[in-house]
Design a protein around this ligand. Structure first.
Ligand code: NAP
Length: 374
C-alpha cells in the first residue's frame, strides 16, 4: 500500500494537469462567449450540456463514479456559463426563465455603445437578473419601434443620439423634469404605456462633482444644440453657472431652442475668451470618426476645463488637445455610469447608494482597459 505522502504527490500532479486543462477550457469558453454575443445566441444551451455529460459518461471506465462524473461536468459547465455571462453584455444565464428583465437602448447607430457593459456591471452588482439589448432604429421608424417595445415585455430603454428630443412626442407621459430639460434619455414601460425621464442631467452632475468643479462664478461654452446639450444647460443653470454661450452650426434653430443663451457660429468661437469651460455636446470625434475635433486646438487653449460627453474613444482629439494645453479634462464615462445608475433606479423602483456609481465607474474603466472593443 502507498503511503499518504506519495498519494498526495500523485494528486498534486493530477491537479497540476487539471489546472492547465481548466485554464485551456476557460480560454475557449471566452471565445465561445464572444461568438455567442456577436451572433446574439443564448449562453445556456441545455441540449449541448446534456450531450457533453452523456459523451463523457460513456468514456468512463469506472462506472461506480458515474454520479460524481455527472456532477463534475455539470459544475464545470455552470462555472463556464457564469464566466461567459460575466464577459457578455447579457448577464442572464437562464434565458428561458420569466424573471429575467429586459432593458435596452434605442438609437440610430449603436456600434459604439458601452451601455450594455455598464448595465451588465450594475445588474451584477445589484443582483438584478436582466438583459440589455441594443435596438438600432431608423429615423422614420421611431414611432413604430416604440409601439413595438410597449407591447414587448420590456421594463425600459435608454434613448440616445439622435432621438432624445424627437422621442418625446411618442410617449404617453413625460416627467416634469424631462419636459423642462426638453429631452428624454430613459423610458419606463408600464402596462403598455411609455413614460419618459431624463437621467443625463444627474449623470452630468455626478461627473462635475467627481471633477470637483464649483460652477459658481464660472462661464461655460457648449458645443452643439442637441438633446444632450439640453440636459447640460439645465444642470448648469440649476447649479449657479454665471453665463452660458452655445456654439451651433445652425444659429437660427439653436436660438429658437435656447432663447436666453448667447448663440454663436463656429467661426465666432475664437471670440469666447473670457469663459472657464468648454463642453463638447456634439458627436464630433466619436468612434468610428475619431480623427475630427469640433474646434481647433488654439480655441480649446482659451479655457481651464474641457469636458467631452463622448466616452468612446476614452480620449478624443478634443481631450487630447485640452490635456496638451494643460486644461483639466474629462470624458463622458462617469456621466454614462451616473445616468445608467439613475435609469436602473427608475426601472426597478429602487434607491442605489451614490457610492455605487463610483464602483461602477471603476469597474467600467477596468473593463475598457481589458477590452479594446470599447
Ligand atoms: P444629438 O441630439 O444628435 O445632438 C448632437 C448635436 O451636435 C446636434 O444637434 C448638432 O448641433 C451637433 N452636431 C451633430 N453632428 C455634428 C457635426 N458633424 N459637426 C458639428 N456639430 C454636430 O446628440 P446628443 O444626444 O445630444 O449627443 C451628443 C453627444 O453626446 C454624443 O456623442 C453622445 O454619445 C454624447 N452623450 C454622452 C452621454 C454620456 O452619458 N456620456 C450622454 C448623452 C450624450 P448643431 O446643429 O447645433 O450644431
Amino acid at each position: 500500500m502507498k503511503d499518504i505522502e506519495s498519494l498526495r504527490h500523485s494528486i498534486d500532479e493530477i491537479d497540476k494537469q487539471l489546472t492547465e486543462l481548466f485554464e485551456r477550457r476557460m480560454n475557449i469558453a471566452a471565445e465561445v462567449a464572444d461568438y455567442k454575443e456577436k451572433n446574439k445566441l443564448p449562453i445556456l444551451v441545455k441540449e449541448r450540456e446534456k450531450e457533453v455529460i452523456a459523451k463523457n459518461l460513456s468514456r468512463l471506465k469506472n462506472k461506480d463514479i458515474e454520479k460524481e462524473t455527472e456532477e463534475f461536468f455539470q459544475c464545470l459547465m455552470d462555472i463556464s456559463r457564469k464566466y461567459q455571462a460575466s464577459r457578455m453584455s447579457c448577464i442572464s444565464d437562464a434565458p428561458e426563465s420569466s424573471d429575467v428583465k429586459l432593458y435596452g437602448l434605442i438609437g440610430e447607430k449603436l456600434g459604439h455603445s458601452f451601455s450594455p457593459a455598464i448595465h451588465s456591471i450594475i445588474m451584477q452588482k445589484l443582483g438584478i437578473k436582466g438583459c440589455y439589448h441594443l435596438f438600432e432604429v431608423e429615423r422614420d421608424s421611431l414611432s413604430r419601434a416604440l409601439d413595438g417595445l410597449k407591447h414587448l415585455n420590456i421594463k425600459g430603454v435608454n434613448v440616445t443620439i439622435p432621438y432624445k428630443v424627437e422621442v418625446m412626442e411618442y410617449l404617453d407621459e413625460v416627467s416634469r423634469e424631462a419636459k423642462g430639460i426638453g429631452a428624454v434619455n430613459t423610458i419606463c414601460f408600464r402596462e403598455k404605456k411609455a413614460y419618459g425621464f431624463n437621467t443625463d442631467y444627474y449623470g452630468f452632475g455626478m461627473m462635475l462633482d467627481k471633477m470637483n468643479v464649483d460652477l459658481h462664478h464660472k462661464k461655460a461654452v457648449i458645443l452643439g444644440a442637441g438633446g444632450a446639450a439640453n440636459s447640460v444647460v439645465r444642470y448648469l443653470k440649476d447649479n449657479g453657472i454665471k453665463e452660458i454661450a452655445l456654439v451651433s452650426r445652425n444659429k437660427d434653430s439653436a436660438k429658437c431652442r435656447f432663447k436666453d443663451l448667447g448663440i454663436y457660429g463656429y467661426e465666432e468661437a475664437g471670440l469666447l475668451r473670457s469663459f472657464d469651460m468648454i463642453i463638447n455636446c456634439t458627436p464630433c470625434g466619436m468612434h468610428p470618426d475619431i480623427d475630427v475635433c469640433p474646434v481647433p486646438p488654439d480655441i480649446i487653449g482659451n479655457f481651464s476645463y474641457a469636458i467631452d460627453l463622448i466616452y468612446n474613444p476614452s480620449e478624443t482629439l478634443f481631450l487630447k488637445y485640452a490635456r496638451e494645453k494643460g486644461l483639466t479634462a474629462a470624458n463622458g464615462l462617469y456621466m454614462l455610469a451616473g445616468q445608467a445608475v439613475k435609469s436602473q433606479e427608475l426601472w426597478n423602483d429602487i434607491d442605489i447608494p451614490g457610492s455605487t456609481a463610483d464602483e461602477i465607474y471603476a469597474q467600467s474603466v477596468e473593463l475598457r482597459v481589458k477590452n479594446s472593443r470599447f
